[in-house]
Ligand binder design. Structure first.
Ligand code: GLU
Length: 507
């Protein structure tokens, strides 16, 4: 039975790379009828950020990739799912590791550790490791008696993993193949801190084992730790139950220069978080894809293809389709550049294909906020003609404002080219013509207008751009007759008959 987990640390808003990790976990679990767990890895209390956990839950809900089990998503049989509530469990396994000789007590003070680092500054050995531990204060360099005395007198200690010497550790990675670590390159990682709480490494392995995780799908930044993790599984006697590893490629900055960081969003002017985050100051508050007007499915589709190559030309996938065809073996090894234009392209495709009634429901609160008209029927008609032109949801009422209020500005350069004194008469005649037409059917209205133009020797190139400017302020926008159909006869005539005087004033 496949069991995967997304295990973020609540240190702030969830980076978009974290959402991709969650998505791949979700896809694999759904595809194989497995379980997707959300585990909160809050072992580092110094980096704990209030509100981050709630943010993670909300972000996953907004994206529509909901875990089956874990914080915010219902109880499973393997809780608690917050590591800070599992300290007693980790202590037990730390003791087991010490008993087995795979971990040891270390009593060095921060000043002593600092002095060692200073001493080793120019050497290529790992600071606390098989080559240095003999000269440090720990239960390996001390006699049993000394250690017992230090423990019973309450000397602060931490627990370190004892990395064996001269061994190779092999990590089978589903994406990268076999990755080999030389133990002499690995440091004796801290497993338990002086306050008796575990570090990430211990808690993560214990939990993956106890929660019966079958696949660890996580970011590439954890690959260097994988050797330690395999050694921990071995030392705990859990090799048989060791999950399969898949380390995902980095998401790179648009220029390909390094990993996309939280700060790059501000720098490049695009969101790097799924939903907005309110920090203590404006500098630490960020807009997310949601606030930028993206559809969650489009964001997922975009993220899925950042690193995963389905092997066909197809680019638009529903979540269900992705579940069907997702495969860890088709994940790239190399980093994927974050391309915001591509994200917008996906969103545009999703909006264009979306159900107008659903889009109308989405823009209703935005319309209310602006004091625009909000009848369902009108909003549906509007989004139906406008949805091909919106890139993000906010475009509907921003770019399409003229469906709700008077035109604010007219395209002067084009008016200069097109507006001639004789057009006034043409406008008057055209208004007289459409006054007696039926606006219910835009196709028919167009055909009749073209007939009228033919009879009156009015060239499309002369009239249509001016009609557009009169109706919307610009030469762009949806098809003229569809717009007139949405505006209705009265509003269309009002705009067309008041435009000539305004045009004259502008020129
Ligand atoms: N807590 C780690 C993180 O924040 C999880 C790494 C893992 O999945 O093992 O990314």
């Amino acid at each position: 039975m496949v069991r995967v987990r997304f295990a973020p640390s609540p240190t702030g808003p969830l980076h978009i790379g974290g959402v991709r990790t969650a998505l791949y976990n979700y896809l694999l679990a759904k595809q194989l009828g497995g379980t997707f767990i959300l585990r909160i890895e809050d072992t580092d209390q110094n980096r704990f950020v209030e509100g981050a956990e709630a943010y993670i839950v909300e972000a996953l809900k907004w994206c529509g990739i909901e875990p089956t089990e874990g914080i915010g998503f219902g109880d499973g049989a393997y809780g608690p799912y917050r590591q800070s509530e599992r300290n007693a469990i980790y202590r037990k396994y730390a003791a087991q590791l010490i008993d087995a000789g795979a971990a040891y007590y270390a009593f060095d003070t921060p000043a002593e550790l600092e002095a060692m680092r200073e001493r080793l500054k120019n050497e290529s050995v790992q600071s606390y490791s098989s080559s240095t531990r003999g000269s440090m204060k720990n239960s390996l360099s001390w006699s049993e008696q000394e250690t017992r005395k230090a423990l019973s007198s309450g000397t602060p200690y931490i627990v370190r993993l004892k990395i064996p010497e001269n061994k190779e550790v092999k990590v089978e990675d589903l994406i990268r193949g076999e990755v080999i670590f030389q133990t002499n390159d690995l440091d004796d990682k801290v497993l338990m801190k002086a306050d008796g709480t575990p570090t990430y490494h211990l808690a993560n392995i214990v939990d993956d084992y106890l929660m019966r995780i079958t696949h660890v799908i996580r970011g590439e930044e954890w690959l260097p730790s994988a050797g330690h993790h395999v050694l921990l599984y071995e030392a705990l006697g859990w090799s048989e139950a060791m999950p399969k590893f898949a380390h995902l490629p980095l998401i790179l900055r648009p220029d390909g220069k390094g990993k996309l960081s939280k700060r790059d969003g501000v720098k490049f002017g695009f969101p790097v978080f799924p939903i907005g985050w309110k920090g203590a100051t404006p500098e630490t508050s960020f807009e997310g894809f949601r606030e930028a007007g993206f559809e969650p499915q489009a964001v997922l589709n975009f993220l899925a293809l950042l690193g995963w190559n389905p092997g066909t030309e197809q680019e638009i996938f529903s979540l269900d389709e992705m579940v069907q065809i997702f495969s860890l073996s088709k994940i790239n090894k190399s980093g994927a550049r974050f391309d915001y234009d591509k994200a917008k392209w996906f969103n545009q495709k999703y909006l264009a294909a979306a159900d107008p009634a659903a889009l109308a429901r989405q823009i209703l609160p935005l319309a209310q906020e602006k004091g625009y008209r909000t009848e369902e029927e009108y909003l549906i008609k509007f989004v139906s003609v406008f949805k091909d032109r919106a890139i993000v949801i906010n475009d509907f009422l921003e770019k399409g404002y003229y469906f709700f209020e008077d035109v604010k500005t007219y395209d002067q350069p084009n008016l200069l080219k097109k507006w001639k004194p004789e057009n006034k008469l043409t406008f008057r005649h055209f208004v007289a013509f459409i006054e007696v037409q039926n606006f219910d059917n835009p196709v028919e209205l167009e055909t009749l207008t073209k007939g009228w133009m033919h009879d009156n020797e009015v060239k499309p190139g002369d009239l249509f751009p001016l009609l557009r400017i009169a109706l919307t302020g610009s030469v762009q926008g949806p098809a003229i007759f569809e717009m007139m159909h949405v505006f209705g006869k009265e509003a269309s005539i009002q705009r067309l008959s008041s435009a000539p005087a305004k045009f004259d004033n502008l020129l």
